[in-house]
Design a protein around this ligand. Sequence first.
Ligand code: SAM
Length: 284
Amino acid sequence: MKASDALRRAIPLLQEAGIADGSRDARVLLAHALGIGHDRLTLKLPDEMTGPQEALYEAALQARLARQPVAQITGRRLFWGQSFRVTRDTLDPRPETETLVAEALSQPFLKMLDLGTGTGCILLSCLKNMPMARGLGTDISDAALQVAVGNTRDLGLEARARFRKSDWFASVTGAYDLIVSNPPYIAAEEMPELAPEVRDWEPHLALTPGGDGLEPYRIIARDAPARLMPGGRLLVEIGPSQGAAVSALFTRAGLEQVRVLPDMDGRDRVVAAVKPGGDSCGCA
Ligand SMILES: C[S@@+](CC[C@H](N)C(=O)[O-])C[C@H]1O[C@@H](n2cnc3c(N)ncnc32)[C@H](O)[C@@H]1O
């Protein structure tokens, strides 16, 4: 079969299955099966596919029709300009999380902690762009930590990034001038409303802590001050309706300069706070 025929066949199938951008997904999956970047797909469309390419494409198409996320099928996700390995054990890094990375990189830091690191996308993106910094990524999932270690190797950051299994701060020692986290924050009652790609395929451990979705922020507010250097920054990703609640937790914990920052779509996405006691420039 020619690659162009494979593409033409897949698009209506994906659209009939209710997949919003079936045409884009078909192109990404075809490029994956051909082993090329999707920017080169148009050049290859007139070519005959090999047997293994057809088999890989068919398997990818069936997985997508079963609503598996594209990043899990291809095993890769582009985040902050770098390619990260993604598996069923990790959250697929979201573009809105880049808001947190941008804020983290807006000031210098030397020692960073990323709680619930998943693929390591936040920690590794920050370290890649802050050459003097070192960091620790933690997660409660051994499988996620293995993926993060692989991504660290791929990005050549082994000398500056370490990982440790930890239930939030339980196994964390030392003090940091930057603590970040994108914890699971979806309330239990919101889980049934999620898209099947998220609800049925991504690890629930990465999506929801149960209850009102705020428990990780309560733990972070309670334990972060002891692990922040004076003047150190705390940045957490939030769901768009959680800004006031998380800000109140951080203020009550004695943190200062508490701010809620919007993402590219204008929705509340990050809460930032500072531990009192730093120098006047705000540097840690
Ligand atoms: C929303 S995902 C974020 C993953 C990654 N940081 C990102 O932004 O793509 C939340 C992560 O927190 C981890 N996690 C859940 N409960 C945890 C706990 N009690 N302690 C540490 N990490 C936890 C999950 O395994 C998951 O990797």
